[in-house]
Design a protein around this ligand. Sequence first.
Ligand SMILES: [Zn+2]
Length: 141
Amino acid sequence: MPWVQIGLGLAVIAVLAWVVTLVGQRATALDRAKRAEAEALEAERMRDRREARMPGGNPSHPIEVASAAVVEPRATSLPCPRCSSPAHVDAHEVEMHDGRRLRVTRMRCGTCGHRRPLYFFVRSSARPSPEASGEGIDVRS
Ligand SMILES: [Zn+2]
């Protein structure tokens, strides 16, 4: 039965790879540097996930505002989550997420340079405006 032999061969290769890995895992300076880098990357991912859970950090929970005019003032009122310094709006865009029209400000920290998007939902954009749909405008007069 060749499958048994292939399976045994793969098992032997896996065991050898595991042994080689164990032997190779001596704590050299290079290993420590790699570990520190991996920890820094993991810490970065943790910060990104935490920022995504903050209000406006994710398209699924945007900051609600009454009008588009207050999007940028509101965005710049929020400090950089990394260093608490003021952040600037690099770009202000409109994006569709799950059928909702969201405003997105691309924020950049003036001190540490950290960049992140902030998502806003303009309450008045929840339904088509009367001007856009033609409703509510008296065309007879
Ligand atoms: Zn910053």
